[in-house]
Each structure stands twice: as structure tokens, then as C-alpha cells.
Design a protein around this ligand. Structure first.
Ligand SMILES: [Zn+2]
Length: 239
């Protein structure tokens, strides 16, 4: 069974969220959320990601929660940008959460995302009575990615590469939270096989290289043992 994740880009449409330094919260969280969906679905097996909105439209908070409940999601993650003159990253779960699965999942996501915010404050793992974490039936969290009205934070959020890094960390955190397996890269060479030292010719015959000739067979065995350790397949012939 695939895991279902709902990622919720906050605000949208007539509600821009916080605006400062030439940025609008609704635009940044939409980008982060879209990138996170791609990273999760491209990088991990057995996961389906739905976004509450994938365009610039307005949704009520209760509609976002209802959307996740209807999808029977395993995890709900809402993306926001903070405002009010602070700096750094913080995350929220519902007020009554006390340890348990939700707290473990939140920690997994919080810790992964925080790796991208080097040089910014970790404002902590917090609790609040927020509608989207209260009304969702599954594990739910809300992330506040830096402060839009603090220049240092806003400058970081202005770079698309940084938004991608945030999204990738968020995807990795969600994968950890849900125990998802990374997709295996198809073209990767099998690792278990010993290196091949025989070079096949075009006609299928092997070219062989003699590495020693000894009067004392013990010396031949010694060299054969050394070659074996190095991954060769030596054999001794007597002529
Ligand atoms: Zn917000």
C-alpha cells in the first residue's frame, strides 16, 4: 500500500499571506510545496503526494483539512513563511500532542529541514491550536520557513536553489517519517560482483594474462592467494 501525503501551500489567491522585501508568502510556499512533491515522488517508492492547491487560488483552512481527510492521507504538512521581525525556522503540531507518532514524524521533518537553515536560528518544535493541524484526522504539522520581513531570511528565500534545497530536505524528512524506501537508480552497476579481470574478446573467448612463473609451486600458490584477495580469479597451471 502506497503512503499518501498531503502538502498544503498556505494562503493563495486573495490571501497573499505575509508580504515583505518584495516577496509574497503564498508564492514561496507554493514553490516549496511543488518541489517537495516532485522530490518525494521521483526519489521514493510507494508514495503519492497531493497538494491542497497547485495554483494561486484561495482555500479556507477547513477545506484544506477536509481535502486531506478525504484523501485518507497518512501525513499532512502545511508550509508557511513567518513574519513579525524574528529569524529562523520553527514547526508546529496540535496543542494536545504529547510524544507519540506525530511528535516522531515532526522531529524527523523538522531536523531534516533544519539542516538547510545553517546559520539561522532553530526556534524549536512547538505546539499550537492551528485549524489545519486540529481538523486533520492524520498526523499533521505546520512549518514556518524563516521570516519574510527579516532581510537575511528574505534574501535566502529569494533564491530558487534555496527553495529547492528546503523542499528536498522536507521530502527527505517526510520519507524518514513514513519509512519510505529511496528509488533505486536503474543504470547503477551491480555492486556485489567481483571486478572482472578477464577481458572478453569479440568472439567470446577470453584473453588471459600470466602474472608469474615459479620453480617452487609454493611461491605460485602465495601469489595466487594475494591475487585472490585483490579480487582476481587466479589459477595455477603446470607446464
Ligand atoms: Zn502563513
Amino acid at each position: 500500500m502506497s503512503k499518501i501525503v498531503v502538502i498544503d501551500p498556505g494562503h493563495g489567491g486573495k490571501d497573499p499571506g505575509a508580504c515583505a522585501n518584495g516577496l509574497k508568502e503564498k508564492d514561496i510556499v507554493l514553490k516549496i510545496s511543488k518541489y517537495a512533491k516532485d522530490y518525494l515522488e521521483d526519489g521514493y517508492e510507494g508514495v503519492k503526494v497531493y497538494l491542497t492547491r497547485s495554483t494561486d487560488v484561495f482555500l479556507e483552512l477547513s477545506e484544506r483539512a477536509k481535502f486531506a481527510n478525504n484523501k485518507k492521507a497518512d501525513l499532512f504538512v502545511s508550509n508557511h513563511i513567518n513574519a513579525g521581525g524574528g529569524t529562523g525556522f520553527e514547526s508546529y503540531v496540535y496543542t494536545t500532542i504529547n510524544g507519540g507518532t506525530t511528535e516522531k514524524m515532526r522531529s524527523a521533518v523538522h531536523n531534516e529541514v533544519m539542516t538547510v537553515y545553517k546559520g539561522f536560528r532553530d526556534r524549536g518544535k512547538k505546539k499550537a491550536n492551528l485549524a489545519v493541524v486540529r481538523e486533520t484526522a492524520m498526523e499533521a504539522m505546520l512549518l514556518e520557513h524563516l521570516f519574510i520581513d527579516t532581510k537575511k531570511d528574505a534574501d535566502f528565500l529569494k533564491l530558487d536553489d534555496n527553495l529547492k534545497a528546503i523542499a528536498k530536505a522536507e521530502a527527505n524528512g517526510i520519507a524518514k517519517a513514513l519509512g519510505l524506501k529511496p528509488k533505486t537508480v536503474k543504470k547503477e552497476a551491480p555492486k556485489k560482483e567481483a571486478p572482472k579481470k578477464d577481458i572478453p574478446k569479440k568472439d567470446g573467448k577470453l584473453s588471459k594474462v600470466q602474472v608469474g612463473a615459479f620453480a617452487d609451486p609454493k611461491n605460485a600458490e602465495k601469489l595466487a592467494a594475494e591475487l585472490k584477495k585483490k579480487g582476481y580469479k587466479p589459477f595455477i597451471t603446470k607446464e
